[in-house]
Design a protein around this ligand. Structure first.
Ligand SMILES: Nc1ncnc2c1ncn2[C@@H]1O[C@H](COP(=O)(O)OS(=O)(=O)O)[C@@H](OP(=O)(O)O)[C@H]1O
Length: 907
């Protein structure tokens, strides 16, 4: 069968199959009928436009279309005339239109359901390669595509291209026009089998598709402009997994094949084509260059479960984002051999193993510049340590030491002990010092700056004594772990920096201490091979520009699986990709990593009790009970100190110890304290005591600056995901004035040099420090935006918003409400704990001798009334924020009335 006869066959089949399928489904037929009628209408319209005298053909109107409107038009409503699509836009992809995309545009991903496997695979690739994306489930409504005339999305991906093909006219024209104007491409994966077409012609795209095929012998088009990482020299021989392949038959020159494959069994395809030759090549991935409608698209005939499509998908993303030149083809690799002397007799490297290892290393160096194995040693186990070694194994150790300079070396603690088991730094220090002595005795270099902890103990979650010892004894600069932020999912392994030590993400290659023989590889040899040939190990290398792999001594003994695995991996990478493998000493690797991903420098401390693997390597003396369950987040000047003292007077509620540096607040989640780490924070809380009922005390922390700090909600949620969050709101105009008065009273020179009116009217031309003061004064009162950020992380059920006016006038009601909110026992009647102090004019604590203890002079100050002009300016400033707050509070439907000041302001 020739290509054209096959296409004819497809055409014929597509008609037959489409009819057969559509007639089975009446509802579907109706949709098709409507689509058909609309298409006919569009054709008439198109013809009319094309035949109009020149000059009358509507091109894209110069005024821009409002993509931010997502109102769906009724089917029978005419598309406004200014949205007529130019049938021949000039697809000038070099235009500077990308500048109209937001500088941090996201990818828009349409998935069928939250859990659909194809969509999940796409998400893994996007996450692994750090792409920002927004996931839309179904296509109930097109999200707003622009904001402030800037494009929000740089690329659109459909898990199921049928969604795109069958999109209603309104949304389709909206999306296509957006893609043309903002130079945004589309990627589509094949229809999901159960409800897909068998064959169809996508008329407006001039493309036929045929689905549910079995294929073989995959070949990539070496001249395809999509390719970057993918090498196209090879044919993947043999049957392709799955009987749900889709192929594309272009009817227009806009299409370029990206790849082809052959029908596996022509007879299965259709009895009428049984004579077709199996070697007939069908297009399995296709690029639409945009010549037809100005939109570049790539359609795949199989999901990412086919490994080559992961490679092509990554290339397609960078092609459509015009990033090919920027995307480096270099992959840095470092292979750590942990425990180089640690291993039982009979599982260790012999002298022959060491020779083979060194030979292999020399061979690899020719193709991987700079490559050396990185050996981690625990001196105590030289020659097998207490349990001994065979003669050959002893010779193996000696041979390694005789060739010290051929390798890189790193400290792995003297006795291979786990740091988190030691609470005092002395024992860890001793371990480090003994290993250092050992290194010096055996001429092992000690200046690499790289250290690794056995079992990742103490690296993350951080055990400070380990970091202390590393810095003091080994002048450590770099380490690595597979535990940050979590062991799983592995595609999210990341690095961070703590106390000047760079922590690199570590990758698992599927080899552990017990994997020594190919025949007994867990899951079978085939499992290891498929991980190398397109599976987990291959994709790890694909996704990560910097790779630190963990292996063990035993992986280089017996069947030498370490050498086997990486040799095969390197060959496979060379065969199918244009990637260049390189190696660097660890400290240089770390420099490369953090210059590529500077955002990773910032650590995020998660809760060790939320991750069993973390708990296993967390000191037994540490307890998550030593963390607060309630955060009072501010903002400043809303009555947070009063609430702090009221909470503290409850017998079962305890605050943190005072921070001498900040008077009373710990201020951990904002500012530099965060970098001091979790151990530092936990030391502010007492070791919990259980009462007779077994219920622990409730610890809380109040730092009024948390409310409006950009990073705090994310950080707080990572550590305290179940905490109750309390915010207090007063009229933001009054809050701003109180803050200004506070600064003045505190002796702030700037606040004392400028009047309140001058501060709130500071403009772009004002001195920088004055502008900064204005921002600090006004920003916290823009409540809605800050609360939304908290709600990005915490569910609304964990957030309590207190009306600061009621806290001031009737704290008893507030404290009763708060107790119910945090479900504290015992429930205390606050009439016994606080009362109004007439002299102070505020509620104060009742002490045991029945005296009142009020807050100091700094709270409830007396100052001149606010300048009326400044007040009016601020009221105008906060108006939109208050409207947004009102909407938010109505949406949250909290079991407390809306603040009185807000109702008054909005009325
Ligand atoms: N019971 C009680 N006693 C004293 N003061 C009270 C009380 N309840 C609410 N307030 C109001 O709290 C305002 C100070 O707020 P904060 O404690 O949040 O200020 S700070 O951010 O911690 O500096 C403070 O603001 P100023 O009046 O501007 O000083 C008070 O109005």
């Amino acid at each position: 069968m020739t290509a054209s006869s096959f296409k004819d066959q497809l055409l014929k089949e597509s008609k037959q199959n489409s009819w057969r399928r559509y007639s089975q489904c009446a509802a579907l037929s109706r949709i098709i009928l409507i689509t058909f009628l609309l298409s006919v209408c569009s054709l008439f319209l198109l013809a009319w436009f094309v035949n109009k005298p020149e000059g009358e053909v509507r091109a894209i109107p110069s005024e821009r279309y409002d993509f931010s409107s997502t109102e769906e038009a009724d089917d029978d409503v005419d598309i406004p005339s200014d949205t007529v699509i130019d049938i021949n836009p000039s697809p000038s992809f070099e235009s500077n239109i990308t500048s109209r995309l937001r500088h941090d545009p996201k990818i828009l991903l349409f998935v069928e359901t939250q859990y659909s496997p194809v969509g999940r695979d796409i998400v893994v690739v996007l996450e692994a390669t750090r792409r920002r994306f927004r996931r839309e489930v179904g296509l109930a409504k097109m999200p707003a595509l622009t904001a402030d005339d800037r494009g929000k999305f740089s690329l659109v991906i459909f898990e199921n291209i049928e969604r795109y093909f069958r999109m209603d006219n309104w949304n389709r024209s909206l999306l296509d026009r957006y893609c043309v104007e903002y130079h945004v491409g589309i990627i589509g994966f094949p229809p999901i089998v159960e409800h897909s077409l068998i064959a169809a012609t996508i008329a407006n795209l001039q493309l036929q598709i045929h689905t549910n095929l079995q294929l073989q012998n995959y070949r990539i088009n070496s001249s395809s402009s999509v390719l970057h990482m993918t090498k196209a020299e090879e044919v993947l021989h043999g049957p392709l997994t799955g009987d749900d392949w889709t192929v594309f038959v272009p009817l227009h020159s806009t299409y370029e094949p990206v790849s082809w494959a052959e029908l596996r069994s022509p007879r299965k395809f259709s009895s009428s084509v049984s004579s077709s030759k199996p070697e007939e090549e069908l297009i399995t991935a296709v690029l639409d260059t945009g010549a037809l409608d100005g939109v570049r698209k790539v359609f795949f005939g199989q999901s990412l479960k086919f490994w080559l499509h992961k490679l092509l998908f990554l290339d397609t993303i960078s092609f459509l984002l015009n990033e090919q030149r920027a995307n480096s083809l270099t992959r840095y690799i470092l292979i750590d051999v942990d425990d180089i002397f640690v291993g039982k007799k009979g599982t260790r490297m012999t002298d022959t193993d060491v020779l083979v290892m060194m030979d292999t290393m020399e061979r690899w160096r020719k193709k991987i510049p700079g490559f050396k194995f990185n050996l981690g040693f625990s001196g105590k186990f030289l020659h097998g340590g207490p349990t001994g070694a065979t003669d050959e194994e002893t010779k193996g150790d000696d041979l390694l030491l005789a060739n010290v300079s051929k390798f890189w070396w790193f400290c792995h603690t003297w006795g291979h002990s786990q740091a988190h088991l030691y609470n005092n730094s002395d024992s860890i220090l001793r371990e480090m010092q003994m290993n250092l002595l050992f290194a010096k005795e055996h001429n092992i270099p000690t200046n690499s700056g790289y250290v690794v902890s056995p079992h990742h103990s103490g690296v993350y979650p951080v055990h400070e004594p380990l970091y202390d010892a590393w810095k003091r004894v080994w002048k450590a600069q770099v380490t690595s772990t597979e535990q940050y932020p979590h062991f799983k999912p592995t595609h999210l392994h990341r690095g961070f920096i703590h106390r000047g030590i760079k922590i690199l993400p570590r990758q698992t290659c599927g080899l552990y201490t017990h994997t020594m023989y190919l025949d007994s590889y867990p899951g079978g040899q085939q499992k290891l091979l498929s991980s190398i040939k397109g599976g987990d190990l291959f994709t790890t290398l694909l996704f990560n520009p910097v790779n630190v792999y963990m292996t063990h001594l035993s992986n280089y003994a017996a069947d030498r699986l370490g050498l086997y695995t990486f040799e095969k991996l390197f060959d496979f990478v060379r065969q199918w990709t244009n990637l260049r493998l390189r190696s660097l000493p660890p400290s240089k690797m770390a420099d490369v990593y953090f210059s590529m991903f500077p955002e990773d420098s910032e650590p995020v401390w998660s809760n060790p009790c939320e991750d069993n693997r973390h708990l296993k390597i967390w000191a037994g003396s540490k307890s998550c009970e030593r963390l607060p369950k309630l955060l009072v987040i501010g903002p400043q000047k809303t009555g947070t100190t009063a609430l702090f003292t009221f909470l503290n007077s409850h017998p079962a509620i305890k605050s943190n110890y005072k921070n001498p540096a900040t008077f009373e607040e710990v201020q951990f989640f904002n500012g530099n304290n965060y970098y001091k780490g979790l151990d530092w924070y936990m030391n502010f809380f007492p070791v919990p005591e259980n009462d007779n009922n077994g219920s622990a005390e409730l610890f809380f922390e109040k730092s009024a600056t948390y409310f409006d700090h950009e990073m705090v909600p994310q950080r707080a949620f990572a550590l305290l995901p179940h905490a109750s969050i309390v915010a207090i709101l007063i009229d933001p105009v009054r809050r701003a004035y109180s803050w200004y008065q506070h600064m003045k009273a505190d002796g702030d020179p700037l606040a004392n040099s400028y009047s309140f009116l001058e501060v709130v009217t500071a403009s772009q031309d004002s001195p920088r420090l004055l502008r900064h003061l204005k921002s600090r004064c006004l920003r916290p009162g823009e409540y809605a935006g800050h609360l939304e950020r908290w709600l990005d992380y915490y569910p609304s059920t964990q957030l309590l918003i207190i009306d600061g006016d009621i806290l001031r006038s009737d704290p008893i009601t507030i404290m009763h409400h708060l107790q119910r909110f945090v479900k504290i026992k015992p429930f205390v009647d606050y009439r016994d704990l606080v009362r109004l102090d007439k002299k102070k004019g505020f509620y104060c604590q009742i002490m045991s001798n029945d005296s009142s203890k009020c807050l100091g002079r700094g709270k409830g100050r007396r100052y001149a009334p606010m300048d009326s002009q400044a007040e009016a300016i601020l009221q105008r400033h906060y108006q939109p924020h208050n409207v947004a707050l009102h909407k938010l509070l109505v949406r949250l439907n909290q079991p407390v009335p809306l603040p009185t000041w807000l109702k008054a302001d909005l009325s």
